[in-house]
Design a protein. Sequence first.
Lengths: 290, 290
Amino acid sequence: MKVIKSAASLFKYLKKLKARGKSVGFVPTMGALHAGHLSLIRQARKENNIVAVSIFVNPAQFGPQEDFKNYPRPLPKDLALCRKEKVDFVFLPRPEDMYAEGFSTYISVEGLSETLCGKSRPGHFRGVATIVAKLLNIVQPDVIYLGQKDAQQAVIIKRMVRDLNIPVKVKIMPTLREINGLALSSRNAYLDKKERQDALVLSKALALAKILIQSGARDTARIIGSMRRLISKKKNAKIDYIAIVDTENLKPVKKISGNYLIALAVKIGKTRLIDNFQGRFSTQSESVPA
Amino acid sequence: MKVIKSAASLFKYLKKLKARGKSVGFVPTMGALHAGHLSLIRQARKENNIVAVSIFVNPAQFGPQEDFKNYPRPLPKDLALCRKEKVDFVFLPRPEDMYAEGFSTYISVEGLSETLCGKSRPGHFRGVATIVAKLLNIVQPDVIYLGQKDAQQAVIIKRMVRDLNIPVKVKIMPTLREINGLALSSRNAYLDKKERQDALVLSKALALAKILIQSGARDTARIIGSMRRLISKKKNAKIDYIAIVDTENLKPVKKISGNYLIALAVKIGKTRLIDNFQGRFSTQSESVPA
């Protein structure tokens, strides 16, 4: 496994591979790899000649009051995991190379970036879109793999790739969970034992919504109200948002129909966690996928 | 010469060429081709296996009160010129394909886009940066050729390419002029006979600035003042701006030194024209290039 730190040397390495017609599958990460990341890497391994992983804690997507400094960076462990998964190369750029002096170009995906997580994290998705475009230009993969856990990010990157004609296929892979339901996240590392228990309230609220919809509930305000009541029982949980939106334009829907996304962000102590559930409701079958 | 209208068919065509190791030189245009465009095409022809030209009047870079509707579109003549210059393919996208329903991704080059022409054309350079990024993703050239006539655009595209790691080389070619000094522009077609005479005031003001600097003038406010007085003598000329700025960051300079750009925009009747002169002043030689 190669560890490549500069875009220039990566460019040379890739040129040779591309000339030999090798396909490249790419998993961009901020490190602190967990089984969710590994599932993306394994999917990339299955479908491509070359698997590329980037590890870069991107300053541009953190707000001034956020956890950029404390974000976990267990690099030796991350590299060992990549090696084990037969990753071909890890791109490990230096912040000063990614944001050179006078850096001033930003990509905004308007309409999708200001809602949900964007409300309490202004500028976050601009930072995400910009770094992903940069990484795609550097790594030039055939396929990029993203997790459904970051549902809004996935919608935004798909839209950016379409709008800017970026020649890459975007694959969104399912959220991985602990047996108790907790969605895997690098930020779970911030939680103490008690908070890990409290954090189950996110997936429980989603499970409640699912049951309500299966039982015939259609009014999203009422479903959200039930979720809110469930979460409010935990003293240590502070709701940032709960929303039921269209999966493509992320606009709130009043009645459950078509493709919908139930998304929420909740602070457990000082740790902000997110989770979501994507469903499809058809009046024919009245079925809701698990 | 191929005329390709969809990004998808261009993608297939390019894949074959790239597999054979062909280099691609790209000249993006809004059509209404003049000798300035042809000089870019000839340079591309000299330096690459394949020459690509795009013709697309980009709605995103026109303001609501601007000349999008009336912008000249002499397509058969443009295609004949491309054929004569041995262009390999012309990309001629449809607006509805370039800006599909729900289009919402924009690229901003901050700090460089709000000054000079950006002041009176808000959103213009956002539209330019976005379409150029799209075209670069579609055409995937090795080199893109731009004219120095649009000096601010050239600086912005260079910065975008650097900041977003777009794998392309940017070459800026000199402004072409009529014998009387008028910079070639597709918008010159709007001028009547009298206005064509009045329009010479732009290049004359630049020539005056050059002479003043050669004679020892260093104070940019005084140089701009002299240019302003010269232009004000023409009743039909309305100054939008005259500025002397750093060639990299486009910030105003007080004293002539290093690399500087003298840029101006003047309305002649209803037609807004721009011109510029890029100079280098070194205290050693005290020389100013012609």
